[in-house]
Design a protein around this ligand. Structure first.
Ligand code: FES
Length: 65
């Protein structure tokens, strides 16, 4: 399984990572001030948090919080 985006808002983690780098957002809440994602099912949240920690933008394992 390839997990690489917020499906509900069609935002890839690559796109979100670029916004995080440009805005220096360090947390999911900070990132949400600059780009709309993650406000429906929230399944993407653990992946976005991992992305903010590590820069990883593609995941092949299920992550839970
Ligand atoms: S996958 Fe991001 S809110 Fe549903």
């Amino acid at each position: 399984m390839r997990i690489d985006r917020c499906v509900c808002y069609e935002k890839t983690f690559v796109q979100l990572q670029r916004v995080a780098e440009r805005t220096r957002a360090r947390s999911l809440a900070e990132l949400q001030q600059h780009v709309v994602f993650g406000k429906r099912c929230q399944m993407c949240h653990p992946y976005v948090r991992a992305m903010l920690r590590s820069g990883q933008t593609v995941f092949d394992q299920l992550l839970e919080e």
